[in-house]
Design a protein around this ligand. Structure first.
Ligand code: FAD
Length: 438
């Protein structure tokens, strides 16, 4: 007879959103035994963005304990004991393999049945595999091809980085956020690094050509080689099955003993297909992260929610939204229990990245015309520059490299307030002071 457990609240997924939701439940008041977090991962919720930052830095040699949530917002870290003290059942290394939302029943891979009154879906994203985008390989047969999402992925990559440190030749496939951070980490750890991607510039979906030109120049100065306009099509291996070469579509081959793929991610929604309304690849929610099914909420990467500031529905695959959507959902659940209502989610998009000694942040929307300000010379000893995006005569988005905390607050304020501007020239001339004096 299968074991059956029953909880008032169940969170599926022990990632960023799961961890921050637990924090909010605790803030709002939680009785022991009311909440379970069921997570496929073997470890408590941690700040996933750190996998490509501090956690992969062999010099810093950080431990997992350094990056438990809520390290990312400067609040107390939730060590395993924290969950015990709060009476939260943190059930790790356990995958939910079946979800029946009509009967409020979940089944895990060890056959346990979980009943809930309220469900929070925080299953995040999964990495797109190279074989899914047309690269010819039997992934299981080629050693030293890495993806980064879980602690284990990062540990395995670190091990390979140490192993090949004397003759490390790494190829990073993908020119997005992850590709850039991973390339920097590999280079900082003395590997020869080549990045390969089909787009005309780095982080093409988000960076302007001018922003990308700075980071490409900076990477080149650090010794990273960038090959654009082509894709990897296959690999050569030695008799041990270890990768030795990456074959490119344009006929070139690149020597490699480490390959890291950062070619995108997709939300993990398959358990709920046909049971809940979806939109834009995610689970459709309202401004309280409530789905189309009563008592079921979706947070973080999987949620497609109404973007109050800009209209329309969006899915946001970034840590800040994972944290804030989790807090919003839990506040809404608790308020509803008391017959109260809270304001709709009013999210100001915030993305960030750090690598080498660089650090950028972005607030708002990257639509309309853009204008660069500041010093974006990759050879500058202390480069500091930014970009404003202007739509319908209003500043709607701001990017800043090398800013201070105060400056970040100022640009966030501008992106939220959307002040009118006479012309792009004004922004170009005033630069950062347009935001700091506003
Ligand atoms: P996740 O944190 O991915 O958590 C999902 C959890 O659900 C995982 O524990 C997973 O195992 C679990 N799960 C899934 N299915 C099941 C199941 N059936 N049963 C049980 N458990 C399940 N964002 C930024 O803003 N800035 C950055 O610099 C940045 N860097 C990143 C670097 C890396 C390497 C990665 C992978 C992501 C990065 N991100 C960054 C994105 C950010 O980490 C995500 O947006 C955030 O983690 C989303 O939180 P989440 O809780 O929705 O999903």
């Amino acid at each position: 007879m299968a074991e059956e457990k029953s909880y008032k609240y169940v969170i599926i997924g022990g990632g960023v959103a799961g961890g921050y939701a637990a924090r909010e439940f605790s803030n709002q008041g939680l009785k022991p035994g009311e909440l379970a977090i069921i997570s496929k991962e073997p470890v408590p919720p941690f700040e996933r963005p750190e996998l490509t930052k501090t956690y992969i830095d062999l010099e810093v040699n950080p431990t997992l304990a350094n990056i438990y949530v809520c390290a990312g917002t400067g609040e107390a870290k939730q060590y395993p004991n924290w969950y015990k003290e709060k009476g939260i059942d943190l059930i790790v290394s356990t995958e939910i393999v079946k979800a029946d939302l009509a009967s409020k029943t979940l089944v895990s891979d060890d056959g346990t049945i979980y009943k809930y009154q309220t469900l929070l879906i925080a299953t995040g994203s999964t990495n797109i595999r190279l074989s899914e985008i047309g690269v010819q390989l039997q992934e299981a047969d080629v050693k030293n091809i890495f993806y980064l999402r879980e602690i284990e992925d990062s540990d395995e990559l670190s091990f390979a980085m140490e192993l090949y440190v004397q003759r490390g030749k790494a190829v990073v496939i993908g020119g997005g956020f992850l590709g850039l951070e991973i390339s920097s980490a590999l280079r900082a750890n003395n590997h020869e690094v080549t990045m390969v991607f089909p787009e005309p510039w780095l982080i093409h979906r988000f960076f302007t050509a001018e922003i990308a030109s700075f980071y490409e120049g900076y990477c080149a100065n650090k010794g990273i080689k960038i090959i654009k306009g082509t894709v990897a099509t296959g690999f050569s291996t030695n008799s041990d099955g270890e990768v030795t070469e990456v074959k490119l579509e344009d006929g070139r081959t690149l020597e490699a003993n480490i390959v890291v793929a950062g070619v995108g991610a997709r939300p993990v929604t398959s358990l709920f297909k046909g049971q809940v309304e979806e939109e834009k690849g995610g689970i459709k929610t309202d401004g309280f992260f409530k789905t189309s099914v009563p008592d079921v909420y979706a947070l973080g990467d999987v949620a497609t929610f109404p973007m109050k500031m800009y209209g329309g529905m969006r899915r946001v695959e970034h840590a800040d939204n994972a944290r804030k959507s989790a807090a919003q959902a839990v506040k809404a659940i608790k308020a509803a229990e008391e017959g109260k209502k809270i304001p709709d989610y009013d999210y100001l998009p915030y993305f960030y990245s750090r690598f080498f000694d660089l650090s950028w942040v972005f607030y708002g929307d990257n639509v309309g015309e853009s204008v660069l300000f500041g010093d974006n010379d990759p050879k500058s000893p202390k480069p500091k520059f930014g970009t404003y995006w202007v739509k319908d005569g209003k500043v709607v988005g701001v990017f800043l490299e090398g800013g201070t905390q105060e400056e970040h607050k100022a640009i966030a304020k501008v992106a939220r307030a959307q002040p009118s501007v006479e012309s792009l020239d004004v922004l170009s001339e005033e630069g950062l002071s347009f935001a700091t004096n506003n």
